[in-house]
Write a protein that binds this ligand. Sequence first.
Ligand code: FMN
Length: 328
Amino acid sequence: MVRLSDSIKINSLELKNRILMAPMCMGYADEKGYVTERLTKHFVERAEGIGIILTGHAYIEPAGKFNKGQMGIYSDEHIDGLKKLVESVHDKNTPIGIQISHAGGVASSSIMGQTPVAPSAINSGKETPRELEESQIERLVEKFGQAADRALTAGFDLIEIHGAHGFLLNQFVSPLTNKRRDKYGGSLENRIRFPLEVVARVREVVGKSFPLEYRLGSDDLTPGGVTIEDSKVFAKELVRMGVDALNISGGLCGGQPSSLAGEGFFIPQAEAIKKAVKAIVIGGGGIITPEFADKVIKEKRVDMVFVGRALLKDARWAAKAINKLKGK
Ligand SMILES: Cc1cc2nc3c(=O)[nH]c(=O)nc-3n(C[C@H](O)[C@H](O)[C@H](O)COP(=O)(O)O)c2cc1C
């Protein structure tokens, strides 16, 4: 029987157990997105005993910045700080991945200093964004590739592409935020085109054996939005394009929708995706007890769990969880 404490391999990377620190942006970077000592300390404190640490979303270009204190990976100047972060977590014998992201239409000009860009000029955040031209979409694919290259240089063990929570890639997939009439809009096949181009470019940059993960906004939980059936089709394509692991969360509804409650509130969606693909599927939402995390692994509903707020509350949650399960 597979347990939470069992090792697992994501492509070439072997993890000591099946707990992933959910990507959480704490606002600890400086105003240009550089890593600070406070940010590094936050992750180092949580590194012992966990399968893998994941950083919060790092913006791939200035216009993709969502909140103050967010980490950036939009220039080569970011690499030094990122490298120090990686080395500090490695000192705890734990791998670390980075989530790369673009906020698209939910970014705000008051934070990043320009009109936000999106698949369509639909106000889904604080202001009406500018619709991206095809040539700009192509440039963004390149920028995701460049960010991945920097992550590789900094020594990260894994890259997660942020495709959830109503951010840019998710905006393309959802019919509620994408009303385009070109090859990037309309059918599901067209709406998933840009995220798949990003995945293909990142895979090309990092090479075949590097662990690549996608945070999938699996369900908008809104009439007319992305459904789990759409996401099963999309997930298969993501895997075909070279994604090794899928980290399942919400779409436009965000990561903590008020309509869902209890431990493992996104486990049903993760379980549905797991049945549709041959890849590592990570699920969670509201996990607070090691017993629950162990149970969903034992029952093979997911391959790994993500744990967020429980790790904010108790930095040693993972080490304690593995210890508590010993002998059970
Ligand atoms: C402070 C905070 C920051 C977050 N930042 C991110 C982020 O940068 N990227 C992301 O994909 N999810 C982010 N999330 C969502 C978490 O990854 C996770 O999906 C959510 O908190 C539910 O899991 P939990 O109940 O274990 O916390 C954030 C959540 C919190 C609480």
